[in-house]
Design a protein around this ligand. Structure first.
Ligand SMILES: [Zn+2]
Length: 146
């Protein structure tokens, strides 16, 4: 996995100079000049080089096209399957109000727990707790001083 980017110091900073991604005027508008290896030609062309040369001359800052190589996954976000959503039931309805009726009328994929269950609704990983219901339940418990 390769990434190419134009980097250089900020031109208009009143703080310590920082190096960051340069932007350029492209067909897609004014965008950060970063692309994957297979798109390198999009930022490594004469039109962008002229823009960047003008910036470098005007502000006296060096600009570099760098190649970056993947080193570490700091955060990994993977697609999740559609998990059944578990709502908190209060007075026969979901606290979040996603549906006006009782659970028997809810669409498939929605389940419930009662307000006396664990407020954090610690569920097996094959279920997703409804964030809105949990927030409302936690707020109600906090308000009641429980
Ligand atoms: Zn809910």
């Amino acid at each position: 996995m390769e990434l190419f980017a134009y980097i250089g110091e900020e031109e208009f900073s009143d703080r310590e100079p920082r190096v960051g991604l340069k932007q350029g005027v492209t067909a897609a508008g004014n965008i950060p000049l970063v692309v994957m290896g297979f798109d390198r030609h999009k930022i490594d062309n004469a039109a962008l080089r002229r823009q960047l040369q003008t910036q470098a001359n005007t502000f006296g800052k060096t600009i570099r096209l760098g190649r970056f190589v993947f080193v570490e996954a700091v955060v990994v976000i993977e697609p999740q399957p559609n998990l059944p959503t578990v709502h908190v039931l209060g007075q026969g309805r979901a606290l979040c109000g996603f549906h006006a009726g009782p659970p028997s009328e809810w669409p498939e994929g929605h389940l419930w727990v009662g307000t006396t269950d664990d407020p954090q609704v610690k569920l097996p990983k094959e279920y997703a707790a409804c964030e809105a219901c949990n927030s409302l339940l936690r707020a109600a418990i906090s308000e009641a001083g429980l």
